[in-house]
Write a protein that binds this ligand. Structure first.
Ligand code: 9WN
Length: 441
């Protein structure tokens, strides 16, 4: 019954159940987020999965990242989905026939041997690669894991620093609400409202075959997602083309900063020069704190590049700078106050709500509009631990216990209601199992 007192579950059983979810979702080359709803390989999912898998099989964790990075485009982007050709077309929308990545010789150097999407997701990969390496340095060195990954990770970060600096102030911009991974967060409502929706009879929402409509984005949001993706595809995935949606997100950029520090560790380990990655990390941190800090709310906020204004919202993405190494303590202290205050109720709610509990748009069950997710809780936990004060350590310990409890009780749900802890979305979700395993280690 180890651990039963603080988490209400047997840690041995939890570990075995989490391992079984990951084994069940492994398809031979990588891990699907879910057999039913997401039957391909997703970018940031695979990074979180590798962080958990390293405790079961460091080699498999390496392969997870290698397969994903194998589908990198020549311009450096890591696509948000790598499609499995063995899965029937139509099992997920938008599928390979929508993105058409390899068409006409491959847009911007998209690979010819794999079909992928053309947008990206948060760059957690270097952090995952470094943690995977450290789990078994001997196996990593034997397989040449870091020397093979380092140039790919470097190209990925350069793509984001170069092609994606759409505001010209040193931050990476997202051009689609799927890119920050927080699809229908109220954070995107205002910029998304300017997007003309695609005709609803021009596609079919396969996601609703596997989930409850009230837990998922609305049809109107979906029509706008489709429109944005279609326009980007039709531009040949040209980042310099006009974008109806352009936002600097604090979550995405914080994870990029954490990844730059991890890349510096990786470069040092392979005898390379860490200086460029460290310089980028410092420049990004300066831009994050000057451009995205909302002093009135005590949280980082997304900047809409359409209006060049901070959006008046408080989402969990605004707390993710907690995971930025070396963030000045004035910001960390203010973020801890906000996290434990009425907007997020840390310590009094289940994990960390994805959106402001007091916000007019808050919805306890609908996807990223309120429910608590396991990956953002893991990131907040990591930041609280790194902050290293008695208060943040206690908050981190409580959050860890909450993540393990909610993972167990919900059957490794995709997300949970922050008030009740009831599982929402699908069960046996890969990153939920992987990150529970990591917190158990
Ligand atoms: C679109 C796979 C992905 C996650 C995202 C999550 C959800 C996809 C969808 O599922 O997005 O990419 O179809 O809703 O929002 O964070 O990576 O698990």
């Amino acid at each position: 019954q180890s651990g039963a007192r603080d988490t209400g579950c047997d840690h041995g059983r939890l570990r075995a159940a989490a391992a079984s979810v990951l084994l069940g979702n492994w398809n031979g080359t990588g891990t699907v987020p879910s057999r039913s709803l997401y039957p391909h390989q997703w970018s940031w999912d695979s990074a979180f999965v590798a962080i958990g898998l390293r405790h079961l099989s460091p080699r498999r964790a390496q392969q997870e990242l290698e397969w994903l990075l194998g589908a990198q485009w020549a311009d450096g982007r890591i696509p948000h989905i790598v499609f499995n050709p063995a899965v029937p077309a139509g099992a997920y929308f938008p599928g390979p026939d929508f993105w058409r990545s390899s068409a006409a010789g491959g847009h911007r150097g998209a690979p010819a041997f794999a079909e992928t999407s053309g947008i990206v997701q948060p760059p957690v990969h270097a952090l995952a690669a470094w943690l995977v390496h450290r789990a078994d340095p001997h196996e990593s060195v034997r397989r040449g894991f870091l020397p093979r990954l380092a140039p790919k990770l470097d190209a990925w970060h350069r793509y984001l620093a170069g092609h994606r600096d759409l505001g010209g102030h040193g931050l990476a911009a997202i051009i689609h609400p799927w890119e920050p991974g927080l699809d229908n967060s109220p954070c995107w409502d205002a910029p998304l409202a300017r997007v003309t929706p695609a005709a609803e009879d021009s596609y079919r929402r396969v996601d609703l075959d596997h989930s409850v409509a009230a837990d998922r984005p609305t049809d109107l949001d979906y029509a706008r997602y489709v429109r944005l993706a279609r326009d980007y595809r039709d531009s040949g995935y040209d980042d310099a083309a006009p974008h109806a949606f352009r936002v600097e997100d604090p979550g995405f950029n914080s994870l990029l900063i954490a990844a730059e520090y991890a890349l510096a560790d990786i470069l040092r380990a392979v005898g390379g020069d860490p200086a460029p990655a460290l310089e980028r990390a410092e420049r990004l941190t300066a831009a994050l704190t000057t451009r995205l800090w909302d002093a009135g709310r005590g949280i980082f906020a997304p900047r809409d590049l359409g209006s060049d204004r901070l959006l008046p919202v408080a989402g969990v993405n605004g707390l993710l700078p907690l995971a930025v190494p070396g963030l000045p303590s004035a910001f960390t202290d203010a973020l801890v106050t906000t996290a434990t205050g009425e907007r997020f109720g840390l310590g009094r709610t289940h994990m960390v709500p994805s959106y402001d509990l007091t916000g007019a748009a808050f919805d306890a069950n609908r996807y990223w509009r309120g429910p608590s997710w396991f990956n953002t809780a893991w990131l907040v936990h990591r930041g609280l631990q790194a902050a290293g004060t008695p208060v943040t350590r206690r908050l981190a310990d409580d959050l860890r216990a909450g993540v393990l409890r909610d993972a167990w009780r919900s059957g490794f749900a995709e997300y949970v209601n922050p008030h009740t802890g009831a599982g929402r979305g699908i069960k046996d979700f890969s990153w939920t199992a992987a990150l529970a395993l990591d917190l158990l280690a």
